[in-house]
Design a protein around this ligand. Structure first.
Ligand SMILES: Nc1ncnc2c1ncn2[C@@H]1O[C@H](COP(=O)(O)OP(=O)(O)O)[C@@H](O)[C@H]1O
Ligand SMILES: [Mg+2]
Length: 255
């Protein structure tokens, strides 16, 4: 699409809280393919921000430039005003920014419990690790029930829970969630969304990538729409959700 649509100043508003995470004019490439063409977005403290867009728009790449899996060739990523774009991925995780990737990446041959313990590699204190494990089991009782089973034998929804649980073992202050609803039955999608809300209410700042716009707009405070590696629109989630033409034109599928 040639026309430049947004960001629409009418839809963008002053947001409460300090900026926790700031992505500034980021460009990223895979070899010669440019995936991000100057992406800028902010996530304020305590928010759920959703990044929406169709397949191939650059959503996952945006998350990867934050967590250090892909290097921004230009632009910057800042955590509370300090640049993190040159740090190694484990260093970024150590600072409390934790990525739950698309596809979950559960390790075969490790039990559920071992997968979770792997998430706590940044945590030195074993008492803290034990406490986190208990918190994860409380949030996802099914993971406790299945703790001695091979993680790769879990159902899709349970694997999503395991991936989220593993991220929580870091004790993140910012979570980057890549399409947590993907491939899940509606009941499980509802469960996962409820848990995301609960984590947010407990103080975790969240950047949520979704193809399912309607779902994400119900949960998020603020939303950005990415198209072809560029942010095309932004605004309060409630405002974007009300505008059926926006949902139809930019957000495709929905439901
Ligand atoms: N590993 C890769 N190698 C080459 N191109 C890639 C790779 N990953 C993503 N891309 C390309 O970068 C663009 C953005 O991809 P991605 O960020 O995965 O989009 P989304 O998550 O929105 O579906 C797409 O054109 C995609 O084909
Ligand atoms: Mg993706």
């Amino acid at each position: 699409m040639e026309t430049y649509i947004g960001p629409d100043p009418a839809l963008s508003v002053a947001r409460p809280g300090n900026v926790r995470l700031s992505i500034r004019d980021v460009e990223a490439f895979y070899g010669k393919i440019q995936a991000l063409r100057g992406v800028s977005l902010d996530v304020h403290e305590g928010e759920i921000v959703t990044l929406l867009g169709s397949n191939g728009a650059g959503k996952s790449t945006t998350l990867k430039t934050v967590s250090g899996l892909v290097r921004a060739q230009r632009g910057d990523v800042q955590l509370e005003g300090a640049s993190i774009s040159k740090l190694a991925a484990h260093e970024i995780a150590r600072r409390g920014v934790v990525h739950v990737p698309e596809g979950r990446h559960i390790l075969r041959g490790l039990t559920v419990k071992e997968n979770l313990e792997l998430g706590a590699f940044t945590v030195k204190d074993s008492a803290v690790r034990r406490q986190r494990l208990n918190e994860v089991y409380e949030l996802f009782p099914i993971l406790h029930e299945r703790r001695h089973q091979d993680g790769s034998l879990l159902s899709g929804g349970q694997q999503q829970m395991l991936a989220m649980g593993r991220a929580l073992m870091h004790g993140p202050s910012v979570m980057l969630l890549d399409e947590p609803s993907m491939g899940l039955a509606p009941k499980l999608v509802t469960d996962i969304m409820r848990i995301i809300k609960r984590l947010n209410e407990a103080g975790t700042t969240i950047l949520l990538v979704e193809q399912n716009a309607r779902l994400a707009l119900r949960l998020a405070h603020y939303a950005y729409v990415i198209e072809n590696g560029t942010i095309r629109m932004q605004g309060e989630a409630a405002r974007l959700r009300e505008d059926e033409s926006i949902v139809k034109a930019y957000l495709g599928m929905g439901d």
